[in-house]
Design a protein around this ligand. Structure first.
Ligand code: SF4
Length: 431
């Protein structure tokens, strides 16, 4: 018999242990005898356990007949998850304007549309059925951006595709009118704003988010993405009250995404555990409200949280074999300078680009596959890791920063975060 050495086993009570199967996502409660035999991979102890229990543990894949059986099981789960992602997810074609000095030209849009067509029709880039076209304004939205916005909407209209806009709250009135006139061709407008700005505005009686009223009036779907840092998270209730006071909350076209600010490595970094701890009461309190909250950027804990609280049925959470859409090989990010990336966090690092629009409209396949193969199944350390289910190999930018190699796992503090979180749930009596 073979026991994978990456099961999570935690003591709940005197004779009760929590088991989490790292590969299948199964979560079970076991007695001490069973839990310790699994934890220590102790075959002698295992042979003393009743056949009926062994058979259940085999059914739930805590025990495999052989190591080959384990490999087979791992590969079958990997294939199942990968196929499911292909079935359900779209390609993402994203043009990103990084700063005011970058200009998105109509020439760039034409090249992106031609290349996206090629990508979607060639099996080597995957077989996703749907596509998302996205325009991201990391910088201010300027008057000069209007013409290209109109150009891309017209082009997508002729292809019967829709556009998603990602910007901040400064999007101007002309753009709002343009988007409103074409609302059937706009999938969503995401307005990203720092929580601190909303908090300031509530004390000033000044609402920086009037733009949301305007967009909703034009029948557009709006996603308000609120970025929290270590200070603003303490005032999450105030922000929740602010949202509830607005008329948006009962509008089916409005939803909120709560995220951590990208202040990683600075003093303002907000830890995932603290973020989730502050969010939890909000979810419970708001069960009756129509505002839809989504949580971004805390894959590990949100995943565990949903599983343990039984909010997913059946109690199976698929393992994150892949960290994100960047490592699924389905996201293509284009910059005004013509560089192509799969991961927004590495935009600007030329070495990590997968091609350039200046040359032939062709992705560098070797570089593309370097990203697409960045899955835990190809990363020996991750494949054996007990928190693989929640991690997916971690952030590739961290791997690059630390090791100059995106395939080298950069675990950061993920293991301690997960362990700490499970122990907190046990202490609170939630397991
Ligand atoms: S990156 Fe580290 S913590 Fe994450 S799955 Fe790999 S080995 Fe585990």
């Amino acid at each position: 018999m073979y026991i994978p050495n990456n099961l999570i086993v935690k003591k709940i009570d005197d004779d009760e242990y929590l088991l989490i199967n790292n590969i299948s996502g199964n979560i079970d409660i076991a007695n001490e005898e069973v839990a310790l035999a699994l934890k220590d991979s102790n075959m002698d102890k295992l042979y003393e356990i009743e056949d009926k229990i062994i058979s259940t543990l085999k059914d739930r894949n805590y025990i495999l007949d052989t190591y080959d059986g384990y490999e087979k099981f791992y590969n079958s789960m990997y294939n199942e998850v990968t196929n499911e992602i292909e079935k359900q997810s779209p390609y993402i074609f994203n043009i990103v304007k990084l700063n005011e000095n970058n200009t998105i030209t109509t020439d760039l849009v034409d090249k992106v549309l031609t290349l996206s067509e090629k990508i979607a029709n060639e099996d080597q880039y995957g077989n996703y059925e749907k596509r998302i076209y996205r325009l991201t304004y990391e910088s201010l939205f300027l008057d000069e951006d209007i013409d290209v916005l109109k150009y891309i909407i017209d082009k997508l209209k002729s292809k019967n595709e829709r556009l998603e806009i990602v910007c901040n709250d400064n999007i101007n009135d002309t753009a709002i009118i343009l988007l409103g006139n074409n609302y059937q061709h706009i999938a969503c407008v995401q307005i990203a704003i720092d929580a601190a700005k909303i908090l300031n505005s509530t004390s000033n009686q000044d609402n920086p988010l009037k733009v949301i009223d305007d967009l909703l009036l034009k029948k557009l779907e709006v996603n308000l993405k609120i970025n929290f840092d270590v200070n603003s998270i303490n005032n999450i209730d105030e922000i929740n009250d602010f949202i509830k006071k607005m008329d948006w909350k009962n509008n089916g076209s409005f939803f909120v995404t709560l995220a951590r600010s990208k202040n990683l490595y600075s003093d303002l970094e907000l830890k995932e555990t603290k973020f989730l701890e502050k969010l939890e009461p909000l979810f419970f309190k708001d069960k009756s409200a129509n505002t839809t909250y989504r949580v971004a950027d805390i894959e590990l804990l949100a995943h565990l949280h949903r599983s343990i609280k039984g909010q997913q049925s059946p109690l199976i959470s698929y393992p994150l074999f892949s960290f994100s859409e960047a490592t699924d090989g389905r996201q293509f990010i284009f910059t005004p300078s013509g560089q192509i990336y799969t991961n927004e966090n590495v935009v600007g690092i030329n070495e990590l680009s997968i091609g350039n629009l200046d040359n032939e409209l062709q992705i560098d396949l070797e570089k593309y596959y370097e990203w697409k193969h960045r899955k835990t199944i190809n990363m020996a350390k991750c494949k054996e890791c007990e928190i693989q289910l929640f991690c997916g190999g971690g952030e590739p930018l961290d791997s690059y920063t630390l090791y100059k190699n995106i395939h080298e796992p950069a675990c950061s503090n993920r293991k301690s975060i997960i362990n700490e979180y499970i122990e907190t749930l046990i202490d609170k009596g939630e397991i």
